[in-house]
Design a protein around this ligand. Structure first.
Ligand SMILES: [Mg+2]
Length: 260
């Protein structure tokens, strides 16, 4: 085993704790068991539709014991990133719930310094996307909340944020900076909030690129769960998880002993 004891666990939410509205058997109990053992927990999701409060509330209604301060949504991570840049103005393309994280950042849809794109499903139409394209051609910089192209967590297969951002990147010639998983920014934000170093933490996720590769690139051990978005062929591209679980409840069976 590794020299350093695991003191914290970062969970992905969709596809790990629940999927398409249904909580996985044993997930609630696994979280409770880890808390009982004194582990520091974080919930790191690439969801941009929710903010920390609404995400924690949704999980609590389903029976999970989760504090908003333990939740890092892609909308929250991007808001932290943008505040660090101190931009003149932003056009933040997000639905109202995710947008709440960006309070205090000046908004401008005509000539923004940054175009910040999450899931803005009510406005992803021909007119709005062309307006965004023209902003980029005039020099706005581009931030994408996550690079994933498709998602099924809400039910049917959908275009995800990375598909819209990627289209605008290609059409405008403006490369995007991505702030959600698998970016180091997202994982570092989680680690800092835990007060732990990467070797003391394990990430549990269902996406090999966003969760497993992203965590490992930051020095965090990663456990892949064969649920949610996982497909067997995901393991044929050279990404080797440190652990592979059939369900998230198996996290309680590995060597995690913060009190030793
Ligand atoms: Mg997931």
């Amino acid at each position: 085993m590794t020299a350093e004891t695991i003191r914290g666990v970062i969970f992905d939410i969709d596809g790990v704790l629940e999927y398409q509205g249904v909580v996985f058997p044993g997930a609630i109990e696994a979280i409770a068991a880890l808390r009982e053992r004194g582990l520091i927990l974080r919930f790191l999701t690439n969801s941009t539709l929710k903010n920390r409060q609404s995400c924690a509330k949704k999980l609590r209604l389903k029976g999970f014991q989760v504090d908003p301060a333990e939740v890092i949504t892609a909308s929250y991570a991007a808001a932290i990133y943008m505040r660090q840049l101190n931009p003149r103005s932003c056009w933040i393309m997000l639905e109202p719930e995710g947008l709440e994280e960006f309070q205090g950042i000046p908004q401008d849809e005509e000539n923004p310094e940054y175009l910040v794109i999450g899931d803005n499903r009510s406005r992803f139409d021909f007119q709005t996307l062309n307006k965004a394209l023209r902003c980029l051609r005039r020099g706005s910089k581009l931030v994408g909340l996550l690079p994933e192209l498709v998602d099924s967590s809400l039910g049917e297969l959908e275009l995800n944020v990375g598909a819209w951002v990627g289209m605008l990147e290609r059409a405008s010639g403006t490369p995007a900076v991505y702030t959600g998983k698998p970016s180091a920014f997202a994982f570092d934000l989680a680690l800092k909030s835990m007060g732990l170093n990467p070797r003391q933490v394990i990430m549990v996720g269902d996406r090999v690129h966003s969760d497993i590769q992203g965590a490992q690139a930051c020095g965090i051990r990663a456990a892949l769960v064969r649920t949610g978005e996982f497909q067997p062929e995901d393991l044929q591209h050279g990404i080797v998880p440190d652990y592979i679980f059939n369900t998230v409840s198996e996290i309680t069976g590995i060597e995690l002993s913060p009190n030793s």
